[in-house]
Design a protein around this ligand. Structure first.
Ligand SMILES: NC(=O)c1ccc[n+]([C@@H]2O[C@H](COP(=O)([O-])OP(=O)(O)OC[C@H]3O[C@@H](n4cnc5c(N)ncnc54)[C@H](O)[C@@H]3O)[C@@H](O)[C@H]2O)c1
Length: 274
């Protein structure tokens, strides 16, 4: 079977088990662990008892050894996530911050560095789908607010985290965009517009900061039951396993099948993300 063999350096197939025992030339195995690394997650709470994308990412990162800073404008929501992190033996701090506000972002990152000493990773997860409406009926002021929360927030947190990553020789950022909207067209013009901007921001930042060792990627979840699946994708992209990956848009949506056939339903808390 193809899965049971690998190519060796001379291009010959070797059994998989044997390959694991051989010294691998070139690059050493890459770690999926974060031991002690500090990761900031925005929107680390969830609107309800669901496991939202930020909450899932935070729990999974902490379970891999990251020290996680849980930012949310709603402290109680972030505190629920902190309890889940602690339940799995992880380390986190909760910071109340509206990430659409420059001062809040600056103060939050300052506090993270004061408490944890560094910043390795950033998950720009906050996003809202309002205001609803087409170009004809959307409220222009609400539009500005939507762009601030969805897009400016990602620039702002990056602005304050990046100097710490660059000073440390590198880091990793994952922005949360979105996959295809509902069939028949999106109810909000703002949401797909903002999420497309997140992709542009990701690709431009990847090019601007790659030489400083900072990777910037985004995930594009689709469907209502992203949670753990998005969290796993975020954790992979943040990790050293993805160290040669930057500027990508990583779809998380089972190719449009939602849920994927045979997938278990997401329960309220599954720290292992199973
Ligand atoms: N849920 C989905 O079906 C889905 C699908 C595709 C993409 N996404 C994206 O995933 C991300 C998370 O969505 P979700 O539905 O998993 O999470 P959610 O909406 O349940 O929770 C996100 C958290 O963000 C916080 N928040 C909102 N505005 C904030 C602000 N200005 N400052 C700080 N915190 C703020 C909320 O208090 C909440 O706790 C968003 O970017 C969303 O667009 C979600």
């Amino acid at each position: 079977m193809v899965n049971d063999v690998l190519f060796n350096g001379a291009g010959r197939l070797i059994p998989h088990r044997m390959a694991e025992e051989l010294p691998m030339p070139g690059s050493p195995p890459r770690s999926a662990r974060f031991d002690g690394r500090v990761v900031v997650v925005s929107g680390a709470g969830s609107r309800d008892e669901r496991i939202g994308n930020g909450r899932a990412a935070a729990i999974l990162l902490a379970s891999a050894g990251a020290r996680v800073a849980l930012l949310d404008r709603d402290r109680d929501r972030a505190q629920s996530t902190a309890r889940m992190v602690a339940g799995g033996g992880g380390t986190s701090i909760v910071l109340e911050a509206d990430v659409s506000e420059p001062d809040c972002c600056e103060a939050a990152v300052k506090e993270v560095v004061a408490q944890f000493g560094s910043v390795y990773g950033l998950v720009n997860n906050v996003g809202i789908s309002s205001p609803p409406g087409t170009a004809v009926d959307v409220d222009p002021d609400e539009w500005d607010l939507g762009m601030r929360v969805n897009v400016k927030s990602m620039m702002l947190l990056s602005k304050y985290c990046l100097p710490h990553m660059i000073a440390a020789g590198g880091g990793s950022i994952v922005n949360v965009s979105s996959g295809a909207g509902p069939p028949g067209g999106p109810p909000s013009l703002l949401h797909p517009t903002a999420k497309a901007a997140v992709i542009g921001l990701t690709q431009a930042m990847a090019r601007q900061h790659g030489r400083s060792g900072v990777r910037v990627n985004c995930v594009a979840p689709a469907g209502e039951r992203g949670g753990w699946d998005t969290g796993h994708a975020v954790r992979f992209l943040l990790s050293d396993e993805a160290r040669w990956i930057t500027g990508v848009v990583f779809p998380v949506g089972a190719g449009g099948l939602s849920p994927p056939p045979g997938a278990p339903q997401d329960g309220p808390v599954q720290p292992d993300g199973a």
